[in-house]
Design a protein around this ligand. Structure first.
Ligand code: G4P
Length: 531
């Protein structure tokens, strides 16, 4: 055992996936509160900044402080070193949100009990499934009227295709919320409307076998309903199976209320016990195990600096193996250069600190003078392997870009290519038309504004964006076997190619995708591109 195995094994690196407003920020705040990283919940990110309007964000020419600082939070809890990766929602939803999931070893899915599975959760969930990482579910806001518990679980199973295993069971909801029943210990933990922003209040615990006390605690009708539901549940739900959880086939489910601190710490404890230590990762020389190898990392996100005076960018790396020491020399494999990483930093609550060491599982941010690309590998100078690349995710919004001043073609092409290389947008060209028009695709619409703003401010190029009606894009997986010219789709389908020349198809709706697949037997389409 080397001297860093223990450090690595106590690390837990995960992302929280949810639809906006389900309670991700509140839950994160409570986690930090238990870890003692903050004194009072509410200081992770101010609401005003968390929900910044596009205009604010564009107007203030400052570093995108809030997104950078809230990218990763590290804190200690019960001997664990926890890294939470932020998956921005709202207008900030972008391809970066998906890429962040490539750096996580597991995911916590927060669901609003009155809303069930929502759009953004569904999208992020798909990426977790692709990676086969464990997913833990926290059904939130039980202090408000909730959907039927069996229906909620059914919805997760049907909509997301993952089996569920409730670890606890809610007793009522909203004004009638009495607490939860813990299935392992067969006790009821009563809900008291604890003070917001403080640690969990004093709850009473009663064994369900002690029926008299139980009835006195939660009332006869709640007790009858609970006993009936528990019997149903024990007969119907999937058996708990840690291997299935770790393979991403079964999600443990907890119920609670993040706002009132109910059920949060119990969930955190269960989660830490069941989730995984930093996972091994595939490289071109085989699988790299975190604790048995020297330092290695890959770049999963590049954040451009919005301050014109500082054109630098921050590259976020996930350490996959070994120990990182700020003074050591490392190899940037894709750039074929041995170097020291410039100002490595770690993000702690709401401040950044320069770090001297970090371990597999940790995320570090380094200043990037423009040399790194998403997916690049960093390792020890003596090595030269490459980690499996990060897929390109399907954009959902498309626009044709028109340049206002055609004399500035060179700056325009340079600018748009650089911004695409950072991974903020994807660019496409029409297939075989000879037209030089560029089509831009983005995952979140804010990226259109970012593109326009940055081209104007950094490259002095004005553009006009003309929205296109496409909503789906698919890469052709078996492009060698398919004659693109002969492909027949629906009349509104468009053939384009990406920067690497890969052929793609644009569709206005999912029905057209099905029609095209029907009409072209043997065609294989994909939502991700690994080329
Ligand atoms: P997000 O990061 O997933 O977008 O959600 P966030 O935590 O910001 O929560 C969204 C809203 O839901 C907030 O209310 C928050 O207080 C509330 N909330 C979170 N967890 C619970 C819960 O367990 N019970 C109840 N009743 N509400 C919850 P807001 O009014 O939008 O913001 P604020 O003014 O309260 O800060």
């Amino acid at each position: 055992m080397n001297n860093y195995t223990e450090e690595i094994n106590r690390r837990r690196t995960f992302a929280i996936i949810s639809h906006p407003d389900a309670g991700k920020t509140t839950l994160t705040e409570k986690f930090l509160l238990y870890g003692g990283a903050i004194n009072l919940a509410g200081s992770v990110k101010g609401k005003a900044t968390a929900r910044h309007a596009v205009s604010d964000w564009m107007g203030i020419e400052k570093e995108r402080g809030i997104s950078v600082t809230s990218s990763v939070l590290q804190f200690e809890y019960d001997g664990y070193c926890i890294n939470i990766l932020d998956t921005p929602g709202h207008q900030d939803f972008s391809e970066d949100t998906y890429r962040t999931l490539m750096a996580a070893d597991s995911a916590v899915m927060v669901i609003d009990a009155s809303k069930g599975v929502e759009a953004q959760t569904r999208k992020l969930f798909k990426v977790c499934v692709m990676r086969k990482i464990p997913i833990f579910t926290f059904i939130n806001k039980l202090d408000r009227d909730a959907n039927d518990t069996f229906d909620l679980l059914d919805e997760i199973e049907k909509e997301l295709g993952i089996a569920t295993c409730p670890l606890n069971w809610p007793i009522g909801s909203g004004k009638e919320f009495k607490g939860v029943y813990d299935r392992e210990t067969k006790t009821v933990i009563s809900y008291s409307d604890t003070e917001k922003g403080t640690k969990e209040g004093t709850a009473t615990e009663v064994s369900v076998e002690d029926e008299g006390t139980l009835r006195a605690l939660i009332g006869d009708s709640a007790a009858d309903k609970l006993l009936e539901e528990v019997e149903l549940l024990d007969g119907a739900s999937a058996e708990f199976d840690l291997d299935a959880v770790q393979a991403g086939d079964l999600t443990p489910v907890c119920f609670g209320s993040a706002l009132t601190n109910f059920g949060v710490e119990i969930f955190l404890k269960h989660f830490l016990k069941m989730t995984t230590t930093p996972l091994p990762r595939k490289a071109d020389i085989g699988v790299i195990a975190p604790a048995e190898n020297d330092f290695s990392a890959f770049v999963f996100k590049i954040q451009a600096n919005m301050n014109k005076a500082h054109r630098d960018r921050i590259a976020f790396m996930r350490i996959c193996s070994g120990k990182f020491d700020a003074n050591m020399e490392v190899r940037h494999v894709q750039g074929n250069k041995v170097m020291r990483l410039s100002q490595p930093q770690q993000i702690m609550a709401d401040e950044r600190k320069i770090l001297t060491e970090a371990y597999a599982g940790d995320i570090i941010g380094v200043f990037d003078p423009g040399i790194f690309s998403i997916g690049d590998t960093i390792c020890m100078p003596k090595e030269k392997f490459k980690y499996e690349g990060i897929p390109t995710f399907a954009p959902e919004h498309f626009a044709r870009v028109r340049q206002m001043d055609t004399m500035k073609r060179k700056q325009f092409v340079k600018g748009i290519e650089q911004i695409a290389q950072e991974g903020a947008i994807q660019i496409f060209q029409e297939f075989n038309t000879g037209l030089e028009e560029i089509i831009v695709g983005v995952v979140g619409v804010l990226q259109f504004d970012v593109l326009k703003y940055r081209l104007e401010n950094e490259y002095n190029v004005e553009i006009r964006l003309e929205n296109l009606p496409y909503e789906h894009i698919r890469w052709i997986e078996n492009k060698e076997e398919v004659d693109i010219d002969k492909l027949t789709g629906t009349s509104d389908m468009k053939k384009v190619k990406d920067m690497k020349g890969n052929p793609l198809l644009l569709f206005v709706n999912s029905w057209s995708i099905g029609m095209t697949l029907d009409r072209n037997k043997g065609l294989v389409l994909s939502e991700f591109s690994r080329n």
